[in-house]
Design a protein around this ligand. Structure first.
Ligand code: DU
Ligand code: SF4
Length: 230
């Protein structure tokens, strides 16, 4: 079907020389604690429910997280926070995520990232973001018919998401509505109205400092569930 075809096409993309080199170097070099594990080392497509009512949009896979496990958000500290929260609010069948064969399933939710290859220092360049935008746009397009709420983790994912929605004919206000934790914006799209929600990224920078707490993350996901009729 369309999603599987898209996954296959994405998985061999080499459009960003810097990211291709980084994803493969990390996969060969490996972090010591993962030395005995195979690394995926390729682009990572969206993952979860193929007909989602909620999308969770992030920035890019982590070098030793998704770039290792082959599944977006899996295998790093941000993912630990996210899957635990998804489980608490009833969108995931288990609170932890180890590798791509761990039995994890999402019901009603799907995760997508603006950029599909792990960037150095978790920071893609504007050019890399633009290279990956067509992939992002197509993933978004394939979910829009069922999606009613989109949770954006961090400002970069939020900006990319608004750009992606605009490119699909959604009416995104100008100036762009501001990013913040728990902000909500109704966006009319050709396939119906969608609510875009901001959420601080569950990176250690935010979770260690208390800028993002578990109740704050749970609250945004619970709100998204309600908006999506789940
Ligand atoms: O083989 P499949 O049913 O297309 O599922 C592929 C992949 O997506 C598998 O790792 C489970 C996950 N998934 C999910 O999380 N939620 C769903 O509703 C369907 C599939
Ligand atoms: Fe291709 Fe996106 Fe990876 Fe760039 S980041 S190589 S566009 S999949």
């Amino acid at each position: 079907d369309d999603l599987h075809e898209l996954e296959a096409r994405v998985s061999v993309c080499r459009a960003c020389p810097r990211l291709v080199e980084w994803r493969e170097d990390v996969a060969v070099g490996k972090r010591k604690s993962f030395a005995d594990q195979p690394y995926w080392g390729r682009p990572i497509p969206g993952w979860g429910d193929p007909a989602p009512r909620i999308l969770i949009a992030g920035l890019a896979p982590a070098a030793n997280g998704g770039n290792r496990t082959g599944r977006v958000f899996t295998g790093d500290r941000s993912g630990d926070w996210l899957f635990a929260s998804l489980y608490r609010v009833g969108l995931a069948n288990q609170p932890t995520s180890e590798h791509a064969g761990d039995g994890l399933r999402l019901t009603g939710a799907r995760m997508i990232a603006a950029v599909r290859c792990a960037p150095p220092a978790n920071k893609p360049t504007p050019e890399e973001r633009d290279n990956c935008a067509p992939w992002f746009r197509r993933e978004l397009e394939l979910s829009l018919a069922t999606t009613r709420a989109i949770v954006c983790l961090g400002k970069f994912g939020y900006d990319a998401l608004l750009n992606g929605l605009a490119s699909l004919g959604a009416t995104v206000p100008r100036p762009r509505p501001k990013f913040g934790h728990a902000v909500e914006h109704q966006i009319p799209t050709p396939q119906g109205e969608i609510t875009v929600l901001g959420c601080f990224h569950p990176s250690q920078q935010n979770t260690f400092t208390g800028k993002l707490t578990e109740p704050m993350l749970d609250a945004v996901l619970i709100r998204a569930k309600w908006l999506a009729g789940l």
